[in-house]
Design a protein. Structure first.
Length: 332
């Protein structure tokens, strides 16, 4: 906790005042093309949402429900609280199903997402942090995804932060670009095909099927993916700049009320940095955590067990686990 004094002057509720240089392993002139192309393409396609011909109430509902299904279950619950920190256990079939749902969010493969997040915890708001907004807000929100960083290259990252996942044949298989690309193309096809069949069956001509299929694809996949991206990215950026702290974690992590609500619990980020393995992020009664409620429901029906709850009487953060010990990586 060497950084604690660096943040002692920051008042609760005010942005952190410290600034950071870029990580030394970043190459600002080397564009991470797959990531950059995907981000630009999806944001460009999402602009078609302003075209009335492609609007449907069903598509809008799919975008809203999809933020829970894909964002909350796939990213928050599976990628983050289960795979990264092992805050609970569940059947293998459920874990892998949720992991595939997470892949549909285009936030990279489970192993790389997990490894990057563990790296963030180990170097939170230090120069080696892959996405600290103390460099600048845009960098922490999305800029870090546009350029290459030697520290986040797959093999280097996996060796230090995700040995436990990469040993699993299922997660190794998802590292093949063709695998996760085909999974995402499949969701495009499924959303369009369902909309096409319904639209053609209930309309007067084939064009009605095309219109409804494109509407479900646009809203149910493209718009939903962009929304989930920005919700996740806001945890990296906003909650390391603005909010309040319940715990002196020694970094810039904050609890941000707005992000806490829209992210279904991930925005209680200072709580999470204080006790990373805890499956519950909202520690005060009014810190509403939908992801935690979902975990409790799954536990009540026997689909989740060994749930790690926070020690609310603890006033100091948990000590860091050694990240080169695979058995302890989830505690980072």
């Amino acid at each position: 906790m060497t950084q604690l004094s660096s943040y002692a002057a920051d008042r609760p509720g005010e942005p952190t005042s410290r600034s950071l240089p870029l990580p030394t392993t970043v190459h600002v002139r080397r564009i991470a093309w797959p990531s950059a192309i995907g981000i630009v393409l999806y944001h460009t396609l999402a602009l078609f949402a302003i075209w009335p011909w492609l609007f449907s109430w069903t598509g809008l509902a799919l975008a809203g429900c999809g933020c829970y299904l894909f964002g909350t279950l796939g990213i928050n619950l599976c990628y983050h609280r289960l795979l990264t920190h092992r805050g609970f256990a569940c059947p293998q079939w459920l874990e892998r199903t949720l992991a595939l749902i997470g892949v549909c969010c285009l936030q990279d493969t489970p192993a790389r997402w997990v490894a990057t997040h563990r790296m963030h915890h180990q170097h939170s708001d230090e120069q080696s942090d892959p996405h600290s907004p103390l460099v600048n807000f845009f960098w922490g929100h999305t800029g870090w995804l546009f350029v290459e960083n030697d520290d986040t290259q797959r093999m280097t990252l996996f060796e230090h932060y995700a040995k436990d996942l990469i040993r699993d044949r299922f997660y190794r298989g998802l590292e093949k670009m063709g695998t996760w690309v085909w999974i995402n193309l499949a969701q495009w096809a499924i959303f369009f095909a369902i909309g096409f069949v319904i639209g053609w069956a209930t309309g007067d001509e084939m064009l009605d099927g095309v219109q409804f299929g494109l509407s479900l694809l646009l809203w149910g996949v493209i718009v939903r993916t962009v929304l989930v991206w920005h919700i996740t990215w806001s945890v990296n950026s906003v909650t390391h700049r603005w909010g309040y702290q319940n715990y002196p974690t020694g970094d810039g992590s904050r609890n941000n009320i707005f992000v806490g609500i829209v992210s279904n619990g991930e925005g209680w980020h200072n709580n999470h940095h204080a006790q990373p393995r805890a499956a519950r992020h909202g520690h005060r009664w009014w810190e509403f955590d939908v992801t935690w409620i979902t975990i409790k429901v799954l536990r009540s029906v026997g689909l989740v067990w060994d749930v790690l709850e926070p020690n609310l009487s603890r006033k100091t953060p948990e000590p860091m686990a050694p990240v080169d010990d695979p058995a302890q990586q989830a505690a980072v």
